[in-house]
Design a binder for this molecule. Structure first.
Ligand code: IDP
Ligand code: MG
Length: 149
């Protein structure tokens, strides 16, 4: 099974969207492997968004991510990285398709509710930043036998 890192950002937590987002991923058939609500420390924000350090929006991005609690998760499923990216939608909610999380639940690129890893390599890196191996729970979902061919 493949894994990805997903995070409800502070605007999503404040707006009470954690349940809605978890619900969509659960209903798809994906399996939650870890979850934690926390104020993300600056060192991990910087590590998470390392590729954007030199971008003009980085200081406000860091401020946004540290403005309140985030809900961090690891999810599992076959080909999960592209599947969850599709469910999340375009970075700018104004361009995100209806039916996607950002398309349905957000308006502004600077308040786009959710993060999801963009490649299997990023997923591995991001899971490693935020979770220790012992925090990843290994179990069988009762419907796994009917979810996959
Ligand atoms: P992604 O979250 O869809 O992978 P990235 O380009 O990796 O998008 O950007 C990371 C995050 O940085 C975005 O989700 C958004 O919160 C923020 N961001 C990206 N571009 C802008 C921008 O032009 N203005 C403000 N924030 C931005
Ligand atoms: Mg990204």
């Amino acid at each position: 099974m493949d894994r990805t890192f997903v995070m409800v950002k502070p605007d999503g937590v404040q707006r009470g969207l954690v349940g809605e987002i978890v619900s969509r991923l659960e209903a798809k058939g994906l399996k939650m492997a870890a979850a934690r609500l926390e104020m993300m420390p600056e060192a991990r924000v910087t590590e998470q968004y390392r590729e954007h350090l030199e971008k003009p929006f980085f200081p406000t991005l860091r401020q946004y991510i540290m403005s309140g609690p985030c809900f961090l998760m690891v999810w599992e499923g076959k080909d999960i990285v592209p599947i969850v990216r599709k469910m999340v939608g375009a970075t700018n909610p104004a361009a995100a398709e209806p039916g996607t999380i950002r398309g349905d639940l957000a308006l502004d690129i600077g308040r786009n509710v959710i993060h999801a890893s963009d490649s299997p390599e990023s997923a591995k890196r991001e899971i490693g930043i935020h979770f220790s191996p012992e925090e990843l729970v290994d179990y069988t979902r009762i419907d796994e036998a009917v979810l996959y061919e």
